[in-house]
Design a binder for this molecule. Sequence first.
Ligand code: PLP
Length: 406
Amino acid sequence: MTEMTVRRAFVPSPNIAQLKESATIAVSARAKALRAAGRRVIDLGAGEPDFDTPEFIRRAAQRAIDAGATRYTATEGILPLREAIATLANADYRGDDRVTPGDIVVSTGSKQSLFNACFVLFGPGDEVLIPTPSWTSYYEMVALARAEPVPVLGDPANGLKVTAAALAAAATPATKGVMLNSPCNPTGAVYDRAELESILALAEERGWWVISDEIYRRIAYAGVATSILEVASSRDRVILVDGVAKAYAMTGWRIGWAIAPRAVAQAMGALQSHSTSNAAAVSQHAAVAALTDRGAAEPSIAHMVGEFERRRDAALAMLAGEPGIGVIPPDGAFYLFLDVSGTRGNSRNGAGAAFAQHLLERHDVAVVPGAAFYTPDWVRLSYAAPLDQVVTGVQRTVAAFREMKS
Ligand code: PLP
């Protein structure tokens, strides 16, 4: 008797039916492939600092390994780390319900904290407002929770930031929450105190959850950006998400956290206990050093932010000579968001995708198409690269724009 192998096609589960590949990862992969083929590609697509983790943090990790930090920890993270997070948060927060370690869940990057929050707060039938443009994963995370992401376009005259009025106009009775991100990826825009206050007031009035992603908070050029905790009088509906990845150049260590009302924190911990359990033990100890040794941490942050600022200024000076390219002068993070709607290229994914493809294939510069952020006529250029590469990358961006100008 002959045996026949029946090959069945993979039919994805409804859980991931809406899932799109991360466009930021797709560009990096294409840039890597071109590099592997011998091309000298300048990668301005990356979303991570090009600095090493400061030495005092690396040493702390080495000591922790030698001291036995090699085992599981509590799902929600080691107590000294949650204490350090609570101490820093309470320096910002003036409300009566002080942040305690029990309100905190440490995760494998702030990305997991955001996912945990979306998954425990939102579900079928819920709508979640996403100020747009926004980091690509917000839309996907909300969809993975089977809720509806509702993009709310920001005002181009105000750094593409949204107002409370714009959020109110997009809301329906099904609206359950709003995702904030200041400084913003991809625009670098920073919400000031008054802007955050009015959004928070609206959310309180409507009973929405506010998820505030503050991963770029320390990378801001006019001083530390305002935290939602500085303007909130109560934490009842607020989930703050942060991590060490960007400010401490620790992307690969994968440590983020959420600060939430106790019941929400417990739900997130329970969810995480069935997925990844605790974040890597040694990384948690490294994060303790990052957050507690302020004498070492502050100068390294200041140095990095100073470098980003120099690069930003150099790039902006060059772009000022090319008025056809719209640019939002960033007040934080390390991205320049460029309006390339004045180009004639087109693709299924908008003018930004056609421009990014031209720039990569003809000029060996990788940037991210704006479609990844629900704004298809834009591209995101990261200046988390050495100054000479940023300068050459922007020169080539301008050259590509001239070639494609309509
Ligand atoms: N939030 C935003 C807005 C980001 O841009 C990123 C990373 O690019 C993250 C969160 C994820 O950071 P982490 O490395 O802590 O998971």
